[in-house]
Each structure stands twice: as C-alpha cells, then as structure tokens.
Design a protein around this ligand. Structure first.
Ligand code: COS
Length: 382
C-alpha cells in the first residue's frame, strides 16, 4: 500500500498550511470572539483554489480530488473551525452543481463560487421539523407558468446570509402520489431573490464566525431553469452530496483535534508542577498517546473514504464511518486538551476552550453520529 501523496495533493496541502498558519490562525480567536464572518479569508482561499477543490478546472475549480480536499480541510480547520465549515459547505455546493447542473447552471454558479465572487454557497435541506429525517421536509415548490414558487422555512443553514447561491430542497409531488422521499426536488436560489427572507443568526456554542440562519420562502419565484437535477429526484442528490460532505466534516474535526493535540504537547512540556513538567507524568503521557493514536486512525479512515470517492468506488459507508469516528474522537481529544491545560484550559487566553466548543457540532451537522451508525448498519444488513 502506497501512502505517498502525489504532487497535486502535496501542493494543495502546503498551500493550505502556509495560508492557514500565516493568515488564518492569527485571526481565529478574534473571529470567534467577534462572531466575524471571515470574508477576506474566504476570498484568499478562493484565490488559492480552495473553495472549489473538487470542481473541474473548466468551471474554475482546482479538480484536485477528494484526498487533496481532506488535506486542505485539515489545515484550515487546524487554524479556524469557523472558516473551515464555511469552506466545506461551499465546496459541497460547488461540487453538487458541477455534478448535477445543466451547462448553464454550472457555468453561472461554479466559477463564481470558485473565484470568491460569491463568498459562499449554502445547502438548504434541514427544516425546523426535518433534521435527521429530511424526507419529512415541508417546504413546497409549485409550478406556476414558467416559474417555480417556493414556500416554507429552512433552519440551521450555514452561510445562508452570505451565500451567492443556495441549493434548496422542496416538495414538488404531493405525499399521496409521491410518498416519503420520492416527491422532493432541488432548486438553485440566488441571494436577494424576492420572497427569500433571511432569518436571525443563531447564537451558537462554537464555530461562532460561521453564519447559521433560518430561511423563509414566501411566494419565492424562481425560473423553471432553477430546477437542479431531475424533477422529484432531489432526495438522492442530497444524500450523494452529504456522502462527500461527511468526509469533509471528518477532516474538519481532525484539523481541530490536531490543533488541540499540538497545544497539549507544548503545554505538557512547558507547564511545571511539583518541580517538573507535567508531561513527565504518565497520566498526561497516556492521554497524549491515545490522542495521537485516535487522530491517526481517524486520518486513515478519512483518507480511505476520500480515496474511494476519487476512484469512483461507492463510499457512503466509509464516509459515515470516517465521520462518526473522527468527530467522536475529536470531541474527546479536545476535552482531554482542556483537562491537560487545567484552569488555563477553561479561559480564553488559551485556544483549548475554543476547540472544544468548535468541535462539538461536528457530531451533529451533516448527519448526527446516530445517523452515521444507521447508514453503516443498514449497509451491513442490506
Ligand atoms: N446515495 C444515493 N442514494 C441514496 C443514498 C445515498 N447515500 N442514501 C439513500 N439513498 C436513496 C435510497 O436508495 C432510496 O432510493 P429509492 O427511493 O429509489 O429506494 C432513497 O434515497 C431513500 O432512502 P432511504 O429509504 O434510506 O431514506 P430514509 O428516509 O430512510 O433516510 C437516512 C435515510 C437516515 C440515511 C437519511 O435520511 C439521512 O442521511 N439523514 C440525515 C440527514 C442529514 O445529514 N441532515 C443534515 C443536513 S445537512 S447539515
């Protein structure tokens, strides 16, 4: 087995690391503190091709593959989790449009997302009553002449207030004729479309620099060309996009965990108690050893899922395994990091507390840990 990165992957990793360390990391605490949407940073990421890593070059993307995307995501998340999730969702949106869009949709949206002309894309699937069960969504789209008219509400939408384009799922077939997940379609709605109202930003525990809002569609008219993919075929598009997205979130969690571990190692060497560095104690050593081992295991799971995606091998189960394991390990690692830092882990002078707040949501969004277990077990039993 060859674990060597190819030249493109190495280049993307180095580019992301350099930018993350030089530009993003120094701002991360302020981004969190001020709940600042990192617009300048996102533009910088776009200039380096990191907002459309898996989008074809012909559409302005980097076409560097899923493994390269994982590597970039780890570096960005290691510096700032808020920036990383914004990057993750935008990459997912660009990819879904590149894959399912008409030539016109691809050419209108992908280059704008890739270049940063549109700072972000948004993925509007969840609703107040439809989170883990998106098949229960209630937003509707009805045909009116040559337009679609959307009505309903979405919730937890990352970058909803800043996205140039929002991918929106709505019910196009009535429940009787199209039960369950069958009558759902997918639409591209651009920012400032009349009838689209952006709700208030959520006051979150972590990733406070990312924007999370509700969306309200009130007689929101979009042209018939806004339909993405096949009529009534939207649910599968969401599932396929989330498969890829879950690899990204597993990498985000890994990046945050890496930062927490590196800071823990540094602190264990510097901090003296009872006349010697706390890292001399086995209690600390064991924690560090377990943290490092979990990170390596999570890294291999994420890379395997990404490699399968790059090689067009079905990867839903592996993406779910990577997300479940990486995010749960990362939460534990960030919790250990706070413990190793003692009282200093609980105050804002050190980043350990931010990592713990930031990482927690990774077990929830893009499919909870419980849903990942459902995906894994179903694939085993089917
Ligand atoms: N790729 C392609 N198609 C898929 C798929 C995937 N990964 N997963 C399911 N499908 C298809 C199924 O094959 C089925 O197709 P048919 O209608 O042709 O049989 C259809 O989609 C419905 O699938 P299923 O019956 O399994 O749907 P369920 O409602 O039972 O939901 C889970 C399945 C739980 C996996 C799904 O609802 C899910 O992922 N939930 C979490 C959603 C989520 O991540 N929310 C976060 C939002 S973004 S922050």
């Amino acid at each position: 087995m060859d674990f060597t990165l190819n030249e493109t992957q190495r280049l993307i990793q180095q580019t992301a690391r350099h930018y993350a360390e030089r530009v993003i990391a120094p701002q991360a605490a302020a981004i969190d503190e001020e709940e600042r949407f990192p617009a300048d940073i996102l533009k910088g990421l776009a200039d380096m091709g990191l907002m459309a890593v898996n989008v074809p070059e012909s559409l302005g993307g980097s076409q560097a593959g899923a493994v390269a995307y994982v590597l970039a995501m780890i570096e960005v998340a290691r510096a700032c989790a808020s920036t990383a999730v914004t990057m993750a969702v935008t990459n997912m949106v660009g990819e879904v449009i590149a894959r399912f869009g008409t030539p016109e949709q691809r050419e209108r949206c992908c280059p704008r997302l890739a270049s940063g002309e549109w700072l972000a894309g948004a993925f509007a699937l969840s609703e107040p009553e439809a989170g883990s069960d998106p098949g229960a969504l209630r937003t509707t789209a009805r045909r009116d002449g040559d337009a679609w008219v959307l009505d309903g509400s979405k919730q937890w939408i990352t970058s909803g207030a800043y996205a140039g384009v929002l991918v929106v799922w709505a019910r196009t077939g009535d429940q009787a004729a199209y039960p369950g997940t069958r009558g759902i379609s997918c639409f591209l709605v651009e920012q400032a479309t009349p009838g689209l109202r952006i709700g208030r930003a959520e006051d979150k525990m972590g990733i406070r620099g990312s924007n999370t809002v509700g969306l309200h569609f009130e007689e929101c008219r979009v042209p018939e060309t806004a339909l993405l993919g096949e009529l009534h075929g939207g649910f599968k598009i969401a599932m396929m996009a989330l498969d890829g997205g879950r690899i990204g979130i597993s990498a985000q969690a890994l990046g945050i965990a890496r930062a927490a571990l590196e800071e823990s190692v540094r602190y264990a060497k510097d901090r003296k108690q009872f006349g010697r560095p706390i890292g001399d104690n086995q209690a600390i050593q064991w924690k560090l050893a377990e943290m490092q081992t979990s990170i390596d295991a999570a890294y291999l799971l994420a890379l395997r899922a990404a490699w399968m995606k790059d090689h067009a091998v079905p990867f839903s189960r592996e993406a779910a395994m990577a997300k479940m394991f990486s995010t749960e390990a990362a939460v534990q690692i960030c919790n250990h990091a706070v413990q190793i830092h003692g009282g200093y882990g609980y105050i804002r002078d050190f980043p350990a507390e931010r990592h713990l707040r930031d990482v927690r949501v990774s077990m929830i969004y893009e499919g909870t840990s419980e849903i990942q277990r459902v995906v894994i077990a179903r694939s085993m039993l089917s």
